[in-house]
Design a protein around this ligand. Sequence first.
Ligand SMILES: [Zn+2]
Length: 241
Amino acid sequence: MGQYKLDDAEFGTIIISTRRGMKSIRSNVRNGAIELHVPTSIRYDELCKVIDDNRTKLRQMLAKSEETKLRYHEGQEINCLGGYTINICRQQRFPGKATFGSDTGNTLSVKIHTGMDFGDERVTSLISQCLKLLAKRIAASVLPRFAENIATEIGAKPAKFVIGGGLRKLGHCTAKGEIQLSCNLVFLPKHLAKFIILHELAHLTHFNHSPQFHNLLNQYCNGNEKILDSELKHFRWPVKL
Ligand SMILES: [Zn+2]
């Protein structure tokens, strides 16, 4: 696998990733730049033709990624489970740094130095990291009880709940009936966090994703499984995936 960059008059830098034996050409956007996955054997003139033939599609793809790009702003409030709020604000004491912590009661904050730019991708990453660390704290104080109440409500008996850190995997149920939940669940609205927990609790009865599993889950969430599933897919996380 190789990688090089190509300068395009319209799109700026295009990242070309080559892979031997690859048959079709795929494209995506990475860090604001178009990335093309192409076979190693492709010639320069063929590559230029691919770009020219797909300008409309690439343009749309780039515009869409710009729209959905994670960006924070001063004064932003992120509501979390258990009535917690995280404020994004400024600090003047530590140049080039972000600080984070609890303010009062249920309010926490991430503060970046006044000299830092919210439009800078590195600042976005930094804030995202701080938010995830705060999510861990919030999760430790609210998630176990929140999950236990849901289990009681439906009469499920998990061995125990364990809070972890993943974002790709929001929940997991082990063969021993231990349910692992991501601390990032605190960023979800209450009903979606509950949906994830119900999903894992349904695995205590059906250790698969069979139609029986979905029947039970759908029953657990009053016939709203499909709606909740789609809402979850469209949820915009306030942290980097
Ligand atoms: Zn599952």
